[in-house]
Every structure is written in C-alpha cells, then in structure tokens.
Design a protein around this ligand. Structure first.
Ligand code: ATP
Ligand code: MG
Length: 320
C-alpha cells in the first residue's frame, strides 16, 4: 500500500513486537512471542487523500487519531447509551485523558505499548477483517454529491430531487465500498454486491451495526455543536465469529465533521461545510493536482491548518 519508502521509516523496530503490515496511515505489529490473539496498531503522522500517501505528514496526527478513537470507543461502550457491538480494544484499554490531552491507558495495556509509540498505539484483538468499508452518510457531499448530480442516486440508492451539496438526507444511508487490495482504489458497491461478497447474513449485520453506531455518534456530536456528516467503519470477526468494530473510529480521517451553527446559517457551501477534518487536504489537492503522476508536496499552511482543525475537533468533542 505504501511504496514510497515511508514504510521502512515508519515500521520502527518495537520491543516485544514484529512488524506485520503497513497501510497508508497505520503500521500493524504482531506479538514477538507468536501469539495470534493480539496486535499493536500504531497510527503514524502520514496523511492520505484519494488513496495516495502525501508528503509531508501532519505532525501529531497519529496521536490525535488514536486519542479520538479511544475517546469514541469509550463513549460507545458505556453501559447506558452504548452500542451492542463489541470493539477491538484489548479488554483493559481504559481511557483517561491526561492533563496534556493525550490518552492514557490502563497499566497492563500501557506496559505492552513501547515508549517510542506511546500515545499513538492501541493494543487490539487480532480480527479477520471484512473487505468492506462501511460508509454511512447522513448528509450529501463528496463522492455522494458527485453521483447524485449525475444520476439522482448515491451508491445506487435513489434520493429525493432538488437536494443541494451539504443537505441533510431524509435518513442516514449505508453506502459500502469494497476495500481494494494493496495499490488499488476502493470502489463503491451496492448492498447486493456486499451480500455477494460477504454473504447475506453478514451484510445485514454490517449495515445494521453501521447505522446504529452512526446514529449514536451523530447524537453525541450534535450535543457538542458538531454535525457528523458521514463516516466510515471497518469490522472484523473475532475467534468466535462475533462481529467486532475495528480500526480507527469516528476520527477526522474517517469522518466529515461540520460546525452545526455555521451549517444552519451559512450562505455558501464553503460556509455550510466548514469542516474539522481532512477536507482541507482533499480540497487543496483537488485544486492543485490532476491525479496523475506524483502528488505535489503539501504547503506548510495546509499542514498547519489541518493539524489545527484536528486539535480543535478533539477539544470540542472532549470538552463537555
Ligand atoms: P490498506 O490496508 O489498503 O492500506 P488503509 O490505508 O486504510 O488500507 P491503514 O488504515 O493505514 O490501512 O491500516 C490499518 C489496517 O489495519 C487496515 O488494513 C485495517 O483493516 C487493519 N486493522 C484494523 N484493526 C484491525 C484488527 N483489530 N485486526 C486486524 N487488522 C486490523
Ligand atoms: Mg484505514
């Protein structure tokens, strides 16, 4: 997936762990002792858009993504108001935010996380990952808006006429994408294709879980003045075959967050969708690159704005 030399930088040798795989943003490690139940997921500062890794990285992004994920896993697993779907965090991965705003975890898990990656790593259950990116959209924008303008549908789902970029959908929709193997682009698929890929039973589980988690998370975000416009989940099966929420969750990489107040009052699409996520990078890249050849280097101000927005999102979510 990453072929420009960054993997070798990123895949640090870590005591107790053996490097297994690097995605565009995360590096995965297996326990050195060969046990197969756990993995270490390390979030790097790498940033990707349109399925390519860009230069330079966003300083501190790995820590921000990990902290956001841990905060959301914690929110979603509460006894009241939690979701029914278990997550991949190792059992005692408790969250407390330190004075520095960085996630601390319970001692026994913390001991497994090497100092070199402290704050940006999670010890997780190793799962059989499903090859489907489970996207939920509550609002119309991005590739959904592009398809809607062409055909009045999003991922084949017909929508009412007359919607504008950034409008709220009548109800959230599940719009899965096939998680393409290394080097290929992920591709939107219909629900029927999802059922062919993973079986009807699992497809229904993925859809229902995704819609449930989105609804819960959108309500939590709304209480903090934020719109969760859309997001992407990944699920795996544990050793007993139980569907488990994995990967990062509800981060500014995997989600679009907008300010609710400016969305309501905003005059232009840019106002309405003032975002706390990777959109800054996507917009700059779309304006400065024709998606052939090597992507241009991100200017310092785009790097700084992105990092500031990620920090602001974390602060707004965790303030209450
Ligand atoms: P690709 O794998 O195509 O590069 P990506 O760029 O999204 O996709 P990253 O997000 O950087 O990859 O890396 C995270 C990888 O870890 C993903 O392949 C994801 O499916 C996998 N993963 C996440 N959680 C788990 C888990 N609990 N067990 C096994 N694999 C996991
Ligand atoms: Mg990923």
């Amino acid at each position: 997936t990453v072929d420009n030399g960054q993997v070798t930088d990123a895949a640090l040798p870590l005591p107790g762990w053996t490097h297994a795989y690097s995605g565009k943003v995360r590096d995965l490690y297996r326990p050195e002792d060969g046990s197969e139940d756990r993995m270490l997921v390390v979030a790097s500062d790498r940033v990707s858009a349109f399925d390519v890794v860009l230069e330079p990285g966003i300083p501190g992004k790995g820590t921000l993504l990990t902290t956001l994920s841990l905060w959301w896993f914690d929110q979603l697993s509460g006894a009241d108001g939690g979701i029914r779907i278990p997550n991949h965090l190792a059992a005692s991965h408790e969250l407390t935010l330190g004075a520095d705003g960085i996630a601390n975890t319970a001692d026994d898990v913390q001991r497994l996380i090497p100092d070199a990656v402290a704050g940006r790593a999670m010890v997780v259950k190793a799962l059989a990952m499903q090859p489907v990116e489970c996207v939920v959209r509550g609002y119309l924008t991005g590739s959904g808006w592009a398809e809607y303008q062409e055909s009045g549908t999003v991922c084949g789902i017909p929508l009412p006429e007359g919607l504008a970029n950034g409008d709220r959908l009548p109800e959230p929709i599940f719009t899965p994408a096939y998680k393409a193997p290394m080097g290929q682009h992920d591709e939107n698929i219909s629900y029927e294709q999802t059922a062919e890929l993973v079986g009807a039973d699992l497809a229904a589980q993925l859809r229902d879980a995704s819609l449930e988690i989105y609804a819960r998370a959108a309500a939590i975000a709304e209480a903090r003045g934020l719109i969760l416009a859309d997001t992407k989940f990944e699920f795996g099966l544990d050793a007993e075959g139980v569907l488990t929420l994995a990967d990062e969750v509800l981060t500014s990489d995997s989600s679009r967050y907008w300010d609710a107040e400016t969305w309501r009052s905003g005059a232009t699409p840019a106002d309405r969708m003032a975002s706390f996520d990777k959109q800054i990078v996507r917009d700059w890249l779309a304006a400065n690159w024709d998606k052939t050849g090597t992507a241009p280097t991100l200017p310092a101000e785009i790097v700084e704005q992105t990092s500031a927005k990620y920090r602001e999102l974390l602060a707004r979510l965790t303030a209450a």
